[in-house]
Design a protein around this ligand. Structure first.
Ligand code: NAD
Ligand code: RM4
Length: 254
């Protein structure tokens, strides 16, 4: 079953990790895809090639999501290439693990600007395009289990993920009258570049894995299905929702 046949899907931060899996997954479900990427031209080219090999169209647009101008540019280039925007996936994010008491101001501010300000301006630009088209759309934000629980070395990061989760709730209200649905996925611990250094600590990795009732840490492809579901018409009456994709880690208190 092709869940996004003929749709135009935009994904931020999609040269690697969860964004890459979502972009290629959307193409497998029949979408043409525009990806935003920060610096990794080779990674972006590889995603474009993978999508084209599936018989779909793809473009890669470079830009730092912390700059509001990047949002306008990304949407404009996607519309130039494919004519419209049906689905917007806000995925780009950073998590420079650091202790609380000596958090550098620049690390705090950069994390806020990329993860939260970037999401705000990207979602706003995508929504304006969808409103102009007049026939609805779907927005999916990659928030986190960390929107709901804390992290000792994530005091700058977890508020951004709670913020993205909250942004989807408020945007669902603001955009419902336009037929635009807004939802978030809350991944648990997924093995990607964002936590490669953090999980190089074997004890920490074992502790994180032991918390997962399904018995393993996540892979980027574990997110593709939930993101595509929320983006698709199968979820036509779902808006303002948050879907944990964590192998059960959140509920595993004892
Ligand atoms: P990743 O590092 O592989 O992917 C992050 C992507 O965002 C990269 O492609 C990176 O280049 C891009 N990016 C970073 N800063 C950017 C900027 N300023 N402008 C444009 N792109 C930028 O890691 P990932 O795990 O795939 O992360 C994707 C999203 O998933 C992030 O928002 C992250 O917070 C979220 N998440 C990840 C996990 C996990 O355990 N991996 C868990 C929960 C949520
Ligand atoms: C997630 C969650 C994971 C962590 C990544 C970086 O939101 O906290 O455990 O590895 O962020």
């Amino acid at each position: 079953m092709m869940l996004l046949d003929g749709k135009v899907v935009l994904v931020t931060g999609a040269s690697a990790g969860i964004g890459r899996a979502a972009a290629i997954g959307a193409a497998r479900h029949g979408a043409d895809v525009a990806i935003n990427f920060a610096r990794d031209q080779a990674g972006a080219d590889d995603v474009v090639a993978a999508i084209e090999a599936l018989g779909r169209r793809a473009i890669a647009v470079q830009g730092d999501v912390a700059d509001p101008e990047t949002a306008r540019d990304f949407i404009a280039k996607a519309v130039d290439a494919f004519g419209r925007t049906d689905v917007f996936v806000n995925n780009a994010g950073i998590c420079p693990f650091h202790a609380f008491l000596d958090m550098p101001v620049e690390t705090f501010e950069r994390t806020m600007r990329v993860n939260l300000h970037g999401a705000y301006f990207m979602v706003q630009a995508a929504a304006n395009q969808m409103v102009q088209q007049g026939d609805g759309g779907a927005i999916v934000a990659v928030s986190s289990i960390s929107a709901l629980v804390g992290g000792e070395f994530q005091t700058h990061y977890t508020p951004t993920k709670a913020g993205v989760h909250s942004l989807m709730q408020s945007a669902a209200i603001a955009l419902g009258r336009h037929g635009i649905r807004c939802n978030s996925v809350l991944p648990g611990t997924i093995l990607t570049d964002i936590n490669k250094d953090d999980l190089a600590d074997a004890d920490k990795r074992a502790r994180m894995a032991a918390r997962v009732p399904l018995g393993r840490l996540g892979e980027p492809d574990d997110l593709a299905g939930p993101i595509i579901f929320l983006a698709s018409d199968l979820a036509r009456y779902v808006t303002g929702a948050a879907l944990l994709v964590d192998g059960g880690a959140f509920v595993n208190l004892q």
